[in-house]
Write a protein that binds this ligand. Structure first.
Ligand code: NAD
Length: 327
């Protein structure tokens, strides 16, 4: 393929992905599956890797997806809310491990967490009191959704210790709430939500807290934004502190001493995933030491010390199992 052909292909993919991104992040109404979106994004990454001169700063590969709705007050994040690099198979995870060890040496431990399929939010507390909550938006500017977030019962309005802290996590709609909500929508001849992720985003990105309260949302917190003020040395210590302060964290996390252990954890969740009360779309792997995280740094879009393993689409898994059973 020559440069001209690649340029045509890249423009075509960027236009399509921008359209899908708009439907997903702005309208909360995707028209294609996540697997289809991820596949197109991978194609674009491959073309741009082959022809780096064609990579533009506004490409969907270079920016955190999302946009800010005009009806909300804007919030400038105290530190960027990033996306994550993706891994789709064992080799991608081994490559990630190799890159990490090349940069910071072989003494590594990882924390593996479930990748909750909801929307990223940030919560600010002053002297232990909840002050402000916002969406990720474009990663730099988010939407002030404080009042809607207050309706989520698992978000503490007062912490157990008077910390001034900013915490980040994923708001989501449990499967049961989603089914009940769509049943009501159908009875009322309204368009149902495509999936729990979009239902959660749609519920939090509207102006009526009474409506948000009816939607039975929940949250898991997974990071501290102002770590420099807090005095912990590892990601896992940070999560333990969140537990102590009264936040809800996901208890399925596991600290792994090697990439082999990470792979075992990932594999185990491919089967256990349907039993969860909420949707997950993958596993997030994070370097545990904060010093090593700092050494690894980040790209414009995502940290180099973390990666998201994405599960294959459920239809694909079913097909694979069916083939195995019929052989
Ligand atoms: P991402 O999937 O690249 O991952 C980053 C996000 O993971 C974080 O912002 C956070 O919200 C979330 N997360 C969940 N659990 C976490 C944990 N334990 N630790 C850290 N982060 C955690 O996010 P993105 O950049 O918003 O998403 C791109 C994805 O969205 C695509 O891969 C695609 O699947 C989906 N998408 C779909 C469409 C569509 O049309 N179907 C369009 C755009 C994007």
């Amino acid at each position: 393929m020559d440069v001209q052909q690649a340029a045509g292909k890249i423009t075509e993919l960027q236009t399509l992905l921008n359209q899908y991104g708009y439907e997903y992040y702005v309208l909360d109404q995707p028209s294609v599956s996540d697997a289809e979106y991820d596949q197109l994004l991978r194609e674009l990454i491959e073309y741009e890797d082959q022809f780096p001169e064609l990579r533009t700063p506004d490409s969907p590969t270079q920016r955190v997806g999302g946009a800010v709705l005009e009806m909300f007050e804007k919030v400038e994040h105290t530190s960027p809310m990033l996306s994550l690099g993706n891994a789709f198979n064992e080799q991608d995870l081994r490559d990630f491990d190799r890159r990490v060890r090349q940069a910071v040496g072989d003494s590594i431990s990882y924390v593996c967490e479930l990748k909750i399929d909801g929307l990223a939010i940030t919560l600010q507390y002053e002297n232990g009191y909840f002050k402000l909550g916002a969406t990720r938006g474009d990663g730099t500017i988010g939407e002030d959704i404080t009042e809607n977030l207050k309706t989520i019962k698992s978000i503490p309005l007062k912490l157990k210790e008077p910390y001034t802290i900013e915490v980040r996590g994923e708001a989501f709609m449990p499967k049961k709430s989603f089914e009940a909500l769509n049943k009501v929508k159908e009875e009322q001849n309204e368009e149902p939500f495509a999936n729990p992720r979009n239902a959660a985003a749609g519920s939090l990105r509207q102006l009526d807290p009474k409506l948000a309260a009816k939607r039975k949302l929940d949250i898991f917190l997974y990071a501290i934004a102002n770590l420099e003020d807090i005095g912990v040395e590892s990601h896992s210590e940070g999560l333990d502190l969140l537990d102590r302060l009264g936040f809800k964290t996901n208890q399925e996390r596991k600290t792994c001493a090697s990439i082999e252990e990470v792979l075992e954890y990932v594999e185990s969740w491919v089967e256990r995933r349907p039993n969860l009360a909420y949707d997950i779309d993958g596993i997030v792997i994070k370097v545990n030491s904060l010093q090593q995280q700092e050494e690894l740094g980040r790209t414009a879009k995502s940290p180099r010390w973390s990666i998201a393993y994405k599960f294959p689409a459920e239809e694909v898994i079913t097909t694979l199992l069916n083939i195995e059973l019929s052989v």
